[in-house]
Structure formats: structure tokens, C-alpha cells
Design a protein around this ligand. Structure first.
Ligand code: PMV
Length: 299
């Protein structure tokens, strides 16, 4: 018998990093994220495609340690998990949280364990902590709940109704940085210049508030402008890179309303709102060697 489950990835429209310090972020679930299946196994193991790698709780890897979270609540279980990632790993699209939620759901379903939404979030947060140290919780919350909304650490997600379809264009820069390292770098800056960095976080929070209104009012022009301003503030926190900046500039030159990095930065993905210029933005990004995709928000 095989039990299947899935979970969403996420894209942060505005508010990353500041969200770690209690400011709101505006984020959307994206699918497909990760599909997982659980079947009888020899001990606990997880095979991840397309990496073709198998992990076990005792193998000393981060994924092995994350599996210990599952092992602790499903102890003494012979369970094999197969997961298929539809998101680039470490690209700022919440792949580790989506993997955690999909595996938890498949395992719990297979073992006939009922998981309340609260328990699912609690276990997914424990899984995420293995990878990210002190995550805000935006990734695993979107992975589990889906939708588009305003997320505040400790308070959770408030859904925002997007009245019409809105396309987001994504590009993977191909660069990679660890989320943990980027979050720690912002923490060091805050330790050195607490007032300046907190002011930056407050400015980001105000952009998030305005972006929420723009999104609900289906005003992509304003949303894009707010994303551009957010990108400038993220650059001031030193989480952007030359390549991310070049991709944002190329998107704007190709007619995007706005573009910014998404997730922890230091590499990973950029997101743009470009309306009927989405194709032109993808073309400009692909000319720079980036892999691109489109996700749709709204009904
Ligand atoms: O790079 P990702 O997908 O793990 O996103 C990180 C978002 C941060 O705000 C930088 C960290 C967090 O825990 O919210």
C-alpha cells in the first residue's frame, strides 16, 4: 500500500528577513511544490527525486536530522518515503518546508495517524529548524495552508483575497546561498547597527501593508513599485548580489512593473510582476541564462 500527499512551495512578494523580526510578510503558496509517497520500508528512509539520493535518520546529513523529527513521533516504524521536488532546492521557494509537510502528511496518512493542522504545523516547524535555525515560519505555514496572505511570526497567516488572476514571473539565478547564513548575516548587521536595521525593517513593514492593499485592489503597477522599493531595502541589508540586481534591472527594462529577490537572497530566485510583458521579461531573463517560470495567483 502506498499513501500519497503533497505540499506547496511559496514565494515571498515582500517582507523577507524583516519577517524574522516580527514584521509582516506578504507571501503566496505555489504549486506544484513537493509530492511524497509513503510505503513499507526497512527502518525509516527518504529518497528525493530528481536528486536520486536516499537519506536515513542516522546519516549525519541535514535531511537525515530532519527525518529524526518524523522518527520521534512515528517511532519504531518501517517506512520508506519517496519525494519528488518540483521546486529548485535552496532557491528561496520554500522547498525544504514543502518537503517536510509532504513527507509528514504521507507518513501520517500511511500510519493512520490523524494530524491536527496545529500538530502538523508544529512538526513542520521542527523539521524546518534543522535547515534554518530560527525560521519565521512563513515557509512551512504556506506549505501547509496554501493561499496568499500576510504572515506574522507567532500570529500566523491572514489570507488576502486576490480578486483576479495575477501572473508572477520567476527566474532562478542559479546562484545558491544558505538561508541560515543569510539570516545570520542580517542578525550581525542588526547587532552592529540596531537602530538603522530596525528602521529598514519598519520601512519594509510599511511597504508590505501598502502591497496588501494593492494586491487586494488588483493594482499590479503599485505592487510592482513597492516590490522595487523592497528590493532596494534588501540590497541595503546586503542580501542581494550583482546577478540578482542584473536580473531585476533586466526585468524592469523589459517592462516589468517591479522585480525583487525572493527568500533569503545571496542567490536563489527573483520574482517580477509584469502583466502582459511577462513573456518579454522571461525572454530577457533567459538571455541572461536564467531558468524561468510563471505562477498564477487568484481565482
Ligand atoms: O530562502 P527561503 O525560502 O528559506 O526564505 C527565507 C525567508 C527569510 O525571511 C529570510 C527567513 C524566514 O525564516 O522567514
Amino acid at each position: 500500500m502506498t499513501t500519497r500527499a503533497s505540499a506547496c512551495g511559496k514565494v515571498i512578494l515582500l517582507g523577507e528577513h524583516a519577517v524574522v523580526y516580527g514584521r509582516p510578510a506578504l507571501a503566496a503558496a505555489i504549486s506544484p511544490g513537493v509530492d511524497a509517497s509513503a510505503s513499507h520500508g526497512d527502518g525509516l528512509s527518504l529518497t528525493v527525486s530528481p536528486w536520486g539520493q536516499t537519506f536515513r535518520p542516522e546519516d549525519g546529513t541535514d535531511l537525515g536530522r530532519a527525518l529524526q523529527v518524523l522518527g520521534a513521533v512515528m517511532h519504531g516504524t518501517d517506512l520508506h518515503l519517496d519525494a519528488t521536488m518540483h521546486l529548485p532546492g535552496g532557491g528561496g521557494l520554500g522547498s525544504s518546508a514543502a518537503l517536510g509537510v509532504a513527507c509528514l502528511r504521507a507518513a501520517a496518512g500511511h500510519l493512520g495517524m490523524g494530524l491536527t493542522p496545529e500538530r502538523e504545523l508544529e512538526l513542520a516547524l521542527a523539521w524546518e529548524k534543522v535547515f534554518h535555525g530560527n525560521p519565521s515560519g512563513v515557509d512551512h505555514t504556506l506549505a501547509a495552508r496554501g493561499g496568499v496572505g500576510r504572515y506574522v511570526k507567532g500570529e500566523g497567516l491572514t489570507l488576502v483575497r486576490v480578486p483576479e488572476r495575477l501572473s508572477l514571473v520567476l527566474a532562478d539565478s542559479g546562484e545558491r546561498a544558505s538561508t541560515r547564513a543569510m539570516v545570520e548575516s542580517v542578525a550581525r548587521q542588526r547587532a552592529r547597527r540596531p537602530e538603522a536595521v530596525d528602521q529598514t525593517f519598519d520601512a519594509i513593514a510599511s511597504l508590505v501593508g501598502r502591497a496588501e492593499v494593492a494586491l487586494a485592489a488588483m493594482d499590479p503597477l503599485t505592487l510592482g513599485e513597492l516590490m522595487n522599493l523592497n528590493q532596494a531595502l534588501l540590497s541595503s541589508l546586503l542580501v542581494s548580489t550583482e546577478r540578482l540586481e542584473a536580473l531585476c534591472v533586466a526585468a524592469r527594462e523589459a517592462g516589468a512593473f517591479g522585480a525583487k529577490l525572493t527568500g533569503a537572497g545571496g542567490g536563489g530566485c527573483v520574482v517580477a510582476v509584469a502583466g502582459n510583458r511577462s513573456g518579454a521579461v522571461r525572454g530577457a531573463w533567459e538571455a541572461l541564462g536564467a531558468r524561468t517560470s510563471v505562477v498564477e495567483l487568484g481565482p
